[in-house]
Design a protein around this ligand. Sequence first.
Ligand code: FE2
Ligand code: FE2
Length: 231
Amino acid sequence: MITEKMSLAEVVKEYPQTIPYLNDLHLDYCCGGHQPMDESFTDGSVDLEKVLAELNRIASQPEKASNGQAGTIEAFEKLSVNEMLSDLETTHHITEREMMDEIDALLNKILVVHYPNHGEELTQIHNLFARLKAELEEHFAKEERLVFPMMRANPHPDKETVAQVKILENEHTSAGDMLKQLQILTDDYTLPEDACPTFARTYFVMKAFTEDVFVHVFKENSIVFPEYEEQ
Ligand SMILES: [Fe+2]
Ligand SMILES: [Fe+2]
C-alpha cells in the first residue's frame, strides 16, 4: 500500500512499475525524490489523492512489474554492492555514452537545418545538452576510475569514500536539473509541425536518454549508495 508518508524513491524501490506514470507527470523519483509525498507536494501543483490512487492501482498489477526498466530494477536489487557497481558500468554508462554521441550529432544537424524557424530554442537546447554531456562524461569517468574503485577497496565505508559518494549525489542533482530544463525547453519533446524525421529521431532519443538517466541515478542514489553506507 502506497501512502502519502512514502517518498517517491521509496515507491519506486518497492513498485518499479510506477516509473512510466511518474515520468509522464514529471515527478522526480531519482534526484530529489527523498521527502515524504505529503511534504514535497505542498505547492498545490499535484493532486496527491489522485496520484496516490493511481500509484496504488499500478502497484496492484504485479504482472507488469517485470517489464522494461522495472525488471532491471528488481534484478538489480538482488545484487551485491560490487556486482551493482559493475552492472552500472556495463549497462547505463555504456548505453548513455552511445546515446549522448548520437544526440550530439543529431542536435548539431537539426540546429543547422532548422535554424531559420527554430534557431532560438534549438540554440538553447544544443548549448544545454553540450554542458550536460560534458558533466556526465566527467561524472562517469570519476565513478569508474575513482569512486567505484574506492568503494570496492573499502567495503566498510570510510570517511573519504563517503565524502566522494556525497559529491556524486550532488552531481546527480545537477544533471537532473539540466534534464528537467531540457524537458521544459522542448515542451517535453513535443515536435514542431515542420519537424523532419531527423528532428523526430533527436527528440525520441533524448526522451529515452532522459528516462535512462533517471533510472541510473535512482539505482545509485537509492539502492547502491545507501546499501554501501550500511555495510
Ligand atoms: Fe553511474
Ligand atoms: Fe552517478
